[in-house]
Design a binder for this molecule. Sequence first.
Ligand SMILES: Nc1ncnc2c1ncn2[C@@H]1O[C@H](COP(=O)(O)OP(=O)(O)OP(=O)(O)O)[C@@H](O)[C@H]1O
Ligand SMILES: [Mg+2]
Length: 576
Amino acid sequence: MGIASELLKLDDVKVYSNGLIVFKKSGSEVCGKKIIKVSNIITSINDLSEQEVLKYLKTYFNSLNLGFPVEVRAIFKPLDKERVVSELNKKIQNLLITIDVNPSNVKAKTDLDRLVKFKDRIVRHGIQPYDVLAYYVVEACSGSEEDVIKLLNTRASLLMKTLESLGVMTNELKGVEGRALLQMFFRGHTYGLYDLLIRLLRWRYSLRIASPLLAVFNPHIISMRTKFDLRSAGIYLGFNILTSEDVYWNVEKCLNPHVLVVGPSGIGKTETLITVLVRMCSTYSTKVFVVDVKNEYRDRLLRRGHEVGVVNLGVEVGLGINHLMRLIPKSFRATYLTEMVSDSMLLGSDKEVTATLYRVFSEALEFVEDNYSNFWGVIKDVVSSVDDEYVQYRLMRMVNTVESLDRGTPLINAVSGSGPITIVNMSNISMLGVDYLNLSMSVFFNTIQLLYMSNVSENHVPKVQVVVDEAWQFLLHKVPLLLKLLKLGRGYGVSIALATQSLYDLGGLSKEYIENAGLLIALPSPDMMYWKDLSKYMRVSYDEIRDYSLLLGKGDALIRILPDPRPIPLRLDHEV
Ligand SMILES: Nc1ncnc2c1ncn2[C@@H]1O[C@H](COP(=O)(O)OP(=O)(O)OP(=O)(O)O)[C@@H](O)[C@H]1O
Ligand SMILES: [Mg+2]
């Protein structure tokens, strides 16, 4: 995504022709926006019912929740009535001939019906035909122009890929169109000559800016393209109980590469995760890391005949926080460390303690410069000079434990040199308590982020999959860490596979977790409430829920592959 030539340089605004504008905000903050254009608006009226369209749109918009603001803009472009009618007449004639030749052609009949109605609306009711031009706008702010451009391009590329998996094709803007749109959307930021240009363009094409909601409520911009090959290639899951069809999970075509397995104790969640991870590894050559708090994966994978590497965290391998520091830009180190520790809730939500910790880290980091050999010693020295005795006591306790977990082979070294399937055994850490487990998880995810999430992925094939069984342990405090990874992961080719017992484990964030799971696997439960809760996320009626709760037994599942919200009753295949 190259940066096009700069077109306009005013004191505080720069406009680029590829749909990018950068402007200075207050102080040293530089902000920017970038527009991308939807290229495959489908003007035909498809045969979805109104409710289906609403359900589809909901899934569609929730899936755009990428962790940064995305605006949708739409423009009506009136079309020449006579030309549209003459084209419609031609198409209608052709369809009549097709039906004459083959009277059982259902598709041609539906198309004909649709076109006749469309023509009626124009001719009989005098409705103006129009084309809809739809655009998406991403925003970003940062300290320098270079960073803003980089961020905008990364975000635009992420958005384009997400939209593509939904069947919405987009392009970058080019030349005049880019300039014109920037003017239209960012008036107030640019002046003079360009205002005139846009007035001319508007007059020339009689464009009219429509409510941003139009694109949202115009279902025709969403094609059904991806729906059909979603379940016919990729990872084999099992067969459809009702139709006997084989069902695959096509990760490349799916909305995102994440998996969520839910089901009561002992129903087969771990077994299901193992099947998914093994096939992810063999189908897409994905490197897999399993966060194992029960130390059960090694034996279970070996029993199935798979070689695994084991990283025993807290035994011979330590968190290696001091080694991570070198990979982080100097100015971010204190914030990074503080966030990593506060993600774990080791310090509760006490703002004063957290603020003091930040000061301690800043001071210590300045002192150690690039020599991290006595990192924790320096931190302890700084902690002992904290005035408030209670804060000092809490910090010292925390630092002592983190230091003890930091010893041994650094996690980053153990992880970067590992084979296709690596088990990160956290069973020793879990004995220390949930806070330490969360801290280890936070460090582990940061390690993955530093190692594998520096470049936006070119395609939808996951490079890395992180499996988190017993995810409720990490969700107890509603730590948004996993959610952050789900949102970020897809653009960087990192898949997250979670298993948990009930939707309640996901707390207030359950909706977001479920909507960010490309593949949802619900294992059966005798509890009707469980199915009722699930029905909010799968398109099932109450009667169907009753049927499924009776029909499905151990080894079966009800699955959903986004963006298709329809559930598939499945007999899972765990054979290797
Ligand atoms: N499809 C299946 N057919 C036969 N046995 C199965 C199947 N799925 C799982 N099992 C067996 O059932 C037992 C429980 O499975 P598993 O450990 O995967 O369940 P779980 O949901 O992860 O349980 P927990 O909540 O305790 O972690 C295991 O012994 C497993 O081998
Ligand atoms: Mg289990």
